[in-house]
Design a protein around this ligand. Sequence first.
Ligand code: HEM
Length: 454
Amino acid sequence: KNASKRLPPGSLGLPIIGQSLSFLSAMRKNTAEEWLRDRIRKYGPISKMSILGAPTLFIHGQAANKFVFSCDSNTLDSQQPSSISRVCGKRNILELSGHDHKRVRGALLAFLKPEVLKQYVSKMDEEIRKHFEMHWHGKKTVLAMPSIKTLTFNIMSSLIIGVEQSAKRDILLQLFQQLMGGILSVPFNFPFTRFNRSLKTSGKIRQILEDLIGEKRAALEHGTAFPQQDLITTLLSLRNEDNSAVLTDEEIIDSAIVIMIAGYDTSSVLLSLLIRLLADDPSIYASILQEQAEISKNKASGELLTWDDLTRMKHTWSVALETLRMTPPVFSMFRKVLKDFEYEGYLIPKGWQVMLSTSMTHMDDSIFPHASRFDPERFQNKASVPPYSFLSFGGGARICPGYEFARLETLITIHYLVNRFIWKLCHPGISFSREPFPLFKDGLEIEIEPRTPL
Ligand code: HEM
């Protein structure tokens, strides 16, 4: 056979199931990195397998990451399980490609870019303080992970769809939690399946968002809302040269659903990991407290944080980035193969998917020296992190547009946490399973004490 027509080494396993069950079980046991390491030992950094219903090319290394993130979108594009498009809508950003993807992404960034988000620091600050005052102060123990999930949802709700503290927001939180339950499920739409429940919930959320769009459009027309009030008003206000809308209502609804999902679970994982780290490591806790106390020292009681304050939280953000390196919430990324291509002499057929592992890259000693050592100094100087090697926010045309949003909410939350509380884990040494995002089985239960009175 012609060398250029060889398929990569490895096995596609059993029909349909392939290696899915063993991979998902490793994810749950938090040993997926070992699982992939074993493959690399056996087959090298390029191999084939079959997971999540498709033949898969697994590639590892900085050059592999560069290849995937800079590949043209006619060859490789976003790959999502079909349950996601059914639940989130077929015009959501993850499903769009080429020009449509660029247009919707550009529209989202009109709100998510730093120049706009900097105006929302005080709004996030109020939301975060209120959360701690209502749910943490006066308590002896807290289930930190669910509590932080509620917090990040509330921040998203208030800034992204403009729904602030109200019965409607509580309903939306419940609906989104139900939606998440079936978003990564086998898409069989029979009564009582997780998928069926998610689809029904998605219908209810869409109705609420449709009504919201109607209210916001009217408010913009009457001048009682302003264009950059939240993401939805921003999207409704974007116009082409001929005054036509840049996004359809369907695209606005689908994008809002995806953004709410993409934004709140990932950020809550990062914050939960930080809460565990700071409980476990007194020296990191002390170094963060020192930076944060320095910032509060110059503020009057009750004064809100500003954008400038956040730019001074460099060490805290380095600790967060190092946490994301050691435990990336998104373990691996997938791309769909849209046409045959050749990779390192192997044929990769149309219809396959390509998988990259973030964790494997982050734990590669040739990229991050002494990779298993927690060292926030690596991120003090951005230039010292080699390109295509820090993948927690992805890369290329689909790199996470929520980076700045996540940075702001993380820094403000950590500021109030360390200034106001001392905490320890109720179950030291507690680990998490990946479902697919890291989930602490005990809810990350902590014992808390106030550091300063309110
Ligand atoms: C610590 C927090 C976060 C992490 C670790 C994270 C991680 C990621 C990753 C890895 C991707 C790329 C996936 C791929 O290429 O297959 C991504 C995409 C995305 N993220 Fe985030 N994210 C975070 C927060 C957010 C927030 C707060 C928002 C919204 C406000 C957001 C919105 C999105 C969207 C819309 C995409 C899809 C982009 C596209 O397809 O062009 N993310 N995120």
